[in-house]
Design a protein around this ligand. Structure first.
Ligand code: MN
Length: 726
């Protein structure tokens, strides 16, 4: 049901007059358009929505007509305009898609269907519903980009009439517009709709800031116009002398973009450059560059603010030259130079492809956009968490870009916020997976270093894969996440498989039951509901299938007189297999699969227990760790310490003391005197109470106990504890 649907009706604007205006606009842009069809669509919509009203009290059809009008302003073809007129018919009335199909053909009906489907998803989880809606939205755009244009026009009219909704709903709709629809409009190059959506949402979300900017702009208007005239006069004169036919105008102000710049640059309204802004429209591309030269001969440019989006169009096809110059009086002024054609494309973006002839579509230019959308959908396919889906979609779809270079000078374009690791995956998935380190402009940086425009990025790769799960937190693009996830899934399966095999072999031996994995595995798997043996092993290794259940199905071996001899041989073999595994001995389990729990930081000497984690091997906890309480017994494994004598373990200590002079120095000294290395420390004091943390390196529990005793003896220390995450 449409948000704005209501059944009270007041007043009655002349719907036919509104439609006449729409038909005229379509006819002006597309002389071959069939006006009769348009009128038939109008009559069907009128009949379908008859008796329905908007929350504003207006007849419901005003909405469809306004949407059609916005689409006609974008000079879209009559099919799109008709679909705009009829877009709520299927969802909100008894007229079905079959009727639209019969009356107006497959194109119009496919467009209406596309728009209807996007909003027609019902689930109990609002987050999941939203994510599913956006997923459908992107899918339908990939099929026919005109669907998004109708959806944007729909949202635009709903934002124009948002005051009739309840405040809570206003906030929700404005936020969604800011998060999804304005960025979509941006991505498709429809600046006109983007600005209006942003400003209207901004006004709802932050009314005080909106009005502060509005009044600030009004107050400085006279002064600003004087500054503009001081530039405009000489500029027009110089352009005329050079024989360039140009239209020089001021530029409309967009409150939200001013607000965003104030936040980003942490400056007041008076320091925002594009408050003073001119736009120059010229005839040809050559004129653009010529005009730029003339501007720079008259006024000093700010060098880092000259941008050539003609040679390097934005991904949404925006083209223009930008420069910022010092105007008389020391004020800065931003100037955009473009041709009429570029201007139109910057205003209506992808809609420009339907502007020429009815029926013929210029499919070449946006095919790239569509391909890119399909790619994004593929990357997003395996994301199940709706919040994560939205986050990656937002980053891939909606953000600005950074341009960076490879050492050879190849240009790469990534979303703003992308890291060097994203870059590596962008070059090739193997480069990403085997990335060892990265240099930006010759300097070594961390893998999560965010890229800036113009950076030269060099990736050093190793022979083998270096990727780990933690990398998921260091990349931002869908592409990198997709490749990482796919890789993790495969390796996790392999690791779980190996761990499952190790665990079963070890436990079978301990329980003295016969396990012949090579011979019995598939049969065993089928008995337990797994299609094949490897899946059963992986389930055990991932902790999804308790190993105890598998062992329980196995028979104890029949006692034979020679059994002892055989067992001895087997045990000997097992003893040879027994490995030293990074300090913890888990018979038969490869050390790569063992890690130490960060929550309790076990060290040799602590009583410990192993926990089979889902797809991430065995994690070793202290027996005293409170987090063990939440873990099913089935997942636990016995483990014993077997650390090399020189293996160092990290432990964090938390010391509470009454603050006094030299406290930190005394503590550091006594810790050092026990022969213990302090890796890092942290100090915080509130009133008289000081809290200090030390990350120290120790070999064992006995070494740690010496440190604890020494710290306790330091005057004013009240308490010292090992770190324990709960
Ligand atoms: Mn609607």
């Amino acid at each position: 049901m449409s948000e704005h649907l209501s059944h009270q009706r007041v007043g009655s604007p002349d719907l036919a007059a509104l439609m006449t205006a729409v038909v005229r606009k379509v006819a002006a842009a597309h002389p071959q358009a069939d006006a009769d069809r348009l009128w038939r669509a109008f009559r069907l919509a009128e009949q379908a929505h008859s008796g329905q009203a908007r929350q504003s009290g207006e007849p419901f059809l005003v909405h469809g007509l306004t949407v059609a009008d916005i689409l006609a302003d974008l000079r879209l073809d009559s099919d799109t305009v008709m679909a705009g007129l009829l877009h709520d018919v299927v969802e909100d009335t008894t007229v079905g898609l079959d009727r639209i199909m019969a009356d107006f053909g497959p194109d119009v009906s496919a467009l209406v269907d596309g728009v209807t489907k996007i909003s027609g998803i019902r689930t109990d989880n609002p987050d999941a519903r939203k994510a599913e809606n956006y997923r459908k939205l992107v899918l339908s755009i990939a099929r026919d980009p005109r669907v998004v244009l109708i959806k944007l026009a729909d949202r635009l009219h709903n934002m124009r009439t948002i005051q009739y909704l309840e405040r809570s709903r206003q906030l929700e709709m404005a936020q969604e517009t800011m998060d999804v629809y304005a960025p979509l409009a941006h991505r498709f190059g429809i600046a006109r709709i983007k600005w209006e959506l942003e400003d209207r949402s901004f006004k709802v979300l932050h009314p005080e800031r909106y009005f502060a900017i509005e009044s600030g702009i009004n107050q400085s208007r006279a002064e600003r116009e004087r500054h503009l005239e001081e530039v405009r006069g000489p500029l027009e004169e110089a352009l005329r002398k050079a024989g360039i036919e140009a239209l020089v105008t001021g530029r409309p102000k967009h409150f939200f973009s001013i607000h965003r710049k104030m936040l980003a640059q942490k400056v007041g309204l008076d320091r925002i450059y594009d408050l003073l802004a001119l736009r120059i429209l010229v005839q040809t591309k050559a004129d653009c560059y010529h005009a730029l030269g003339i501007i720079h001969s008259l006024f000093t440019p700010l060098h880092d603010r000259i941008k050539d989006y003609i040679a390097m169009p934005k991904p949404n096809m925006y083209q223009s030259l930008h420069t910022t110059v010092r105007a008389p009086g020391g004020k800065y002024l931003e100037i955009q130079i473009r041709t009429q054609d570029m201007h139109e494309r910057s205003e209506i973006g992808i809609a420009a492809h339907w502007r020429y002839k009815e029926g013929t579509r210029d499919a070449t230019d946006f095919s790239q956009l569509v391909m890119w959308l399909r790619q994004i959908m593929e990357w997003q396919q395996d994301v199940t968490d709706p919040r994560e889906f939205m986050e990656s979609l937002r980053i891939d779809l909606f953000q600005d870009e950074v341009f960076v270079f490879s050492p050879k000078g190849d240009l790469f374009q990534l979303p703003r916020g992308a890291t060097v690791l994203d870059f590596a995956f962008h070059v090739h998935s193997e480069v990403g997976l085997r990335c060892v380190r990265a240099k930006v402009n010759g300097r070594i940086v961390s893998l999560h270093h965010a890229l800036e425009n113009g950076d030269k990025v060099e990736i050093v790769t190793g022979q083998q894969t270096r990727a780990t799960r933690s990398w998921l937190g260091q990349v931002r693009t869908g592409r990198a996440k997709h490749h990482l996830r796919r890789w993790l899934r495969t390796t996790q399966f392999q690791e779980s498989l190996k761990l499952g095999r190790d665990i079963l072999e070890r436990e079978a031996k301990r329980k003295r039951v016969t396990l012949r994995l090579d011979a019995d595995l598939d049969g065993l798997a089928q008995q337990m509901g797994y299609s094949e043996g490897e899946k059963l092993l992986a389930a055990v290794g991932a902790g999804d299938l308790p190993w105890q259940r598998v062992i329980a199905r196995l028979e104890p071996p029949a006692p034979t007189p020679t059994g002892r001899v055989v067992d001895l041989g087997k045990d000997l073999y097992a003893a040879l297999l027994r490995k030293r595994v990074g300090g913890v001995r888990i018979q038969g389990v490869d050390n790569l699969m063992v890690r130490y729990a960060r929550c309790c930081q076990p060290i040799p000497g602590d009583e410990v227990v192993g926990v089979i984690t889902r797809g991430r091997g065995v994690s070793v906890h202290r027996v005293a760790c409170p987090n063990l309480g939440a873990i099913e017994e089935d997942r636990k494994l016995e483990v014993t310490w077997d650390a090399a004598p020189d293996q160092v373990f990290h432990v964090k200590l938390i010391v509470t003391a009454n603050d006094r002079k030299n406290l930190l120095a005394d503590l550091s000294r006594v810790i050092a005197e026990t022969g213990t290395n302090i890796q890092s420390g942290d100090f915080a004091a509130e009133d008289d109470l000081a809290t200090m943390t030390f990350l120290i390196e120790v070999l064992s529990l006995s070494a740690l106990e010496k440190v604890l005793a020494a710290v306790r003896r330091v005057p004013s220390v009240q308490r010292v504890e090992r770190f324990q995450l709960r």
